[in-house]
Ligand binder design. Structure first.
Ligand SMILES: [Zn+2]
Length: 416
């Protein structure tokens, strides 16, 4: 430890010399401020900078723009340290841990793994700032794509099957973020906000038994707490970026949520729409429970042929079987009616035998796993309460990392 600390210090003093070799980045008595004015040189200012090696002092020429009323420091821009005392390398590490684990655990890991001493609050602030920068980049990219100005990634000439899977999940938020929103049960106040997640992945092969196999490392993720309208543009732009125009088949997978099928209609007309088989099965189980109670053997007797009918995509038979029992309890009868509506409304999205014969996925397991990874393991841990802003920053960060675009983000900062 002592040796390592010493070598850090040597490396650090070298780094400090290097960073100050330019004398401070003086560019003459006047420079452009970036917003069309002239900014005047004032003095040299020192800033303490935490780097991967050690803290250093950086000398920078400070200019001031009168019309903007702001300082301009060209060297900070050059080093990518505007408004921060952490080097890009350190911020990258803070973003890495802050995206993966609770901020306080991230702080401990930075100390253990890199000998880096920072506060929990600093990890939070920096990780969220990185997430916001990623989101700004996402928004710019989305705009360009929707304007048709981005040529999608050119991989193989055609994509046999492109899947767009969408799901939502409640993220616990601080009280003021649910002002005026009702809880799920219709009584109390809501304690969560719905975060939406979309996955895009491709599929070329089926296994020996004819089941669809996802192309390795083909899944990318987008997500946010936002309206279905905003999310619709987000997931559509991602599908375009992934080459949807080269897809022979586009498949939309989701549960029964209305907003998902609204997005399908608006952005993915002509796609094959599939309601997740496992959600449909849950609805069957609910009906069995309403009609026969929880553990009655009759319940099993009833549900087993229904599952076969559902697998066959014979939704009409399932609905007919639901309409037969007459329940005395009016409430239960109404609930069964609602379930029948669910099957009627989604019948064309439940032709599972037909979908399977085409070698397609009929379950939305990928997006559900994505929800667990991106929201569950990071934003829904016990005691966590997020602001929408903070949650969205971390969601952007995690989606970027899990989509294998983390490297790309830092490279674009270094070159841009
Ligand atoms: Zn200015």
């Amino acid at each position: 430890m002592a040796i390592r600390a010493a070598s850090h210090r040597i490396g650090g003093s070298l780094l400090e010399k290097l960073l100050n070799a330019d004398g401070g980045g003086y560019q003459g008595s006047c420079i452009r401020c970036g917003k069309g004015h002239s900014a005047r040189f004032v003095e040299y200012r020192k800033k303490g900078l935490v780097t991967v090696l050690t803290p250093v002092d950086v000398r920078r020429a400070y200019y001031h723009c009168n019309p903007c009323g702001e300082g301009v420091i060209p060297k900070d821009r050059e080093l990518d340290i505007v408004d921060t005392g952490f080097s890009p390398g350190v911020r990258r590490m803070m973003g890495q841990v802050g995206g993966k684990e609770a901020f306080n655990d991230g702080r401990k890991d930075l100390e253990l793994l890199a000998g880096l001493l920072v506060t929990t609050k600093a990890v939070e602030r920096v990780a969220e700032a990185v997430g916001e920068q990623i989101e700004q980049q996402n928004q710019r990219e989305q705009k360009q794509i929707l304007l048709g100005k981005v040529v999608p990634f050119l991989g193989k000439a055609t994509i046999p099957n492109m899947y767009v899977a969408i799901d939502g999940s409640g993220v616990p938020v601080v009280a003021r973020e649910t002002e005026g929103r009702q809880g799920k049960d219709g009584t109390g106040k809501a304690k969560t906000r719905e975060a939406k997640l979309g996955c895009v992945f491709t599929q070329t092969m089926v296994d020996e038994e004819g089941y669809a196999v996802r192309d390795e490392e083909s899944t990318t993720y987008v997500g946010a707490i936002e309206t279905a309208e905003c999310f619709g543009s987000r997931i559509y732009a991602e599908a375009v970026r992934r080459g949807i125009t080269r897809a022979q088949k586009v498949i939309l997978l989701g549960d029964g949520a209305k907003w998902i099928w609204g997005i399908a209609e608006e952005h993915f007309p002509g796609a094959i729409e599939i309601v997740d088989l496992y959600h449909a099965r849950e609805h069957l189980a609910k009906v069995a429970k309403l009609v026969y109670g929880v553990k009655a053997p009759k319940s099993q007797e009833w549900i087993s042929p229904r599952r076969d009918e559902l697998d066959d995509g014979n939704v009409e038979a399932v609905i007919a079987a639901m309409s037969r029992p007459r329940l005395r309890d009016n409430g239960a009868q109404e609930e069964v009616q609602t379930e029948m509506e669910y099957f009627r409304g989604h019948a064309e999205r439940m032709r599972y035998a037909e979908f399977r014969s085409q070698g397609l996925f009929v379950g939305s397991g990928v997006v559900e796993a994505g929800c667990k990874t991106i929201f569950g393991q990071r934003l829904k841990l016990s005691g966590m309460h997020w602001t929408v802003r903070g949650a969205n920053a971390i969601i952007a960060l995690r989606c970027c990392q899990l989509s294998a675009r983390w490297e790309e983000f830092w490279e674009s900062r270094a070159t841009g």
